[in-house]
Design a protein around this ligand. Structure first.
Ligand code: FES
Ligand code: FE
Length: 381
């Protein structure tokens, strides 16, 4: 892929305005955020018809629902009457219908408007026109993704946007539809989402900034020279190389769950994929999985959502403890939050101009930013 941020001898990240401008942020919501598959959760969270959860997806809130036919669907959490949210984000439960708390309009599991108590007196409208707005929804290796754009036919094919980590073939062996969500943390970052994205796309900072992760992770394995092409991110050594003698990614390198995922893994196994440029990463190790998502809230605020998965039969307190399970990536996420906030404060300086980036250690930053600029329809000279 030809980069649009190339200079003779090096490439850079984006000019200052891209991290500060309200106008650019608004354009990103339409051209980037609403044109991507966004990871919201896992099928195991809603096993039965009527199960649902409400979740924040950037500035939007969605209801993710298992409908009467067993299909996973997603609806904007916005009543068609006067716009109240039907449920608070974070609500998890089971419903036969969604009833708006404001004037009690009700909606079926398929989003259809079912009832509007009292309001039909003197009012003439067709219920069929006032169902909940639906977002296209898709599942991929057990994870649920939504597409917020109005024209769902423009959603990209997964094969065009997925960057496999290690070998995608191995992913099936994890049996990613036989895991369950064990824990989730939402981190608020006072930084533009692209600073979070750039940070997630390189491990140049890891050795200095992530001492706990360095106990189990072999940072040297990240630095194999490679092209800037997205496919090249699939480095031969694997995205998450373990240090010798370590079993998995944890504070001490030992298993964090006693029920292994899938079948037949050797110590040091990892498989997964990343969607860019929004950065939705799903990575599985032999004993647990970690999903990391980046959601822009406003130009200066980003949410990182991290989810930890274990085998569906693993029992908390017996096979795993939450503290141990989340330990190393929770610490690492908090370190990354601080780095992104530090960068945001520096980038605000009028003297900031983006500096030379490493074509090897930061090659994936270039790939992600190039894809971002292509979606924005922008060139940088
Ligand atoms: Fe929902 Fe009025 S806003 S019923
Ligand atoms: Fe980091």
């Amino acid at each position: 892929m030809a980069s649009v941020i190339d200079h003779p001898g090096y490439f850079t990240s984006l000019p200052r305005d891209y991290y500060l401008s309200e106008e650019i942020f608004e354009a990103e919501l339409d051209l980037v955020f609403a044109r991507q598959w966004l990871h919201v959760g896992h099928v195991s969270q809603i096993p039965q018809p009527g199960d649902f959860f409400a979740c924040s997806v950037g500035p939007e809130s969605l209801l993710i629902v298992r409908d009467a036919d067993g299909e996973v669907r997603s609806f904007f959490n916005v009543c068609r009457h006067r716009g109240a949210q039907l449920c608070e984000s974070g609500t998890v439960g089971h419903r036969k219908a969604f009833v708006c708390p404001y004037h009690r309009w009700s909606y079926g599991l398929d989003g259809r408007l079912l009832g509007t108590p009292g309001s039909r007196d003197g009012v003439d409208f067709d219920f069929a026109d006032w169902g909940l707005h639906e977002a296209r929804c898709s599942t991929y290796y057990g994870s649920i993704y939504v597409y917020l754009g109005e024209d769902a036919s423009q959603a990209p094919a997964f094969r065009d946007v997925v960057v496999p980590l290690v070998d995608e073939e191995q992913l099936g062996r994890v049996q990613p539809d036989r895991v369950k969500l064990a824990h989730q943390v939402r981190y608020e970052v006072r930084a533009n989402w692209k600073l979070v994205l750039e940070n997630n796309c390189e491990c140049y900072h890891c050795a200095g900034a992530h001492p706990s992760l360095g106990v189990s992770c072999d940072y040297a394995g990240f630095f194999a020279p490679r092209d800037s092409d997205l496919e090249a991110f699939n480095a031969e050594k694997g995205y998450f190389p373990l240090r010798q003698g370590m079993q998995t990614f944890s504070m001490d390198g030992r298993w964090v769950s006693r029920k292994p995922l899938g079948t037949g893994f050797e110590t040091g196994f990892s498989a997964g994929f990343i969607l860019v440029p929004m950065f939705a990463a799903s990575v599985y190790f032999a004993d647990h999985g970690v999903h990391l998502d980046v959601f822009p809230i406003d130009k200066d605020t980003t949410h990182i959502v991290c989810q930890w998965y274990v085998h569906e039969d693993a029992i908390e307190g017996q096979d795993y403890e939450i503290d141990t399970l989340i330990g190393v990536f929770d610490v690492t996420n908090r370190e990354d939050v601080a780095l992104a906030e530090l960068t945001q404060r520096g980038v605000r300086s009028r003297r900031f101009v983006p500096g030379p980036n490493s074509p090897t250690r930061e090659s994936f930053v270039k790939g992600a930013l190039s894809q971002y600029l292509a979606l924005m329809g922008r060139q940088i000279d």
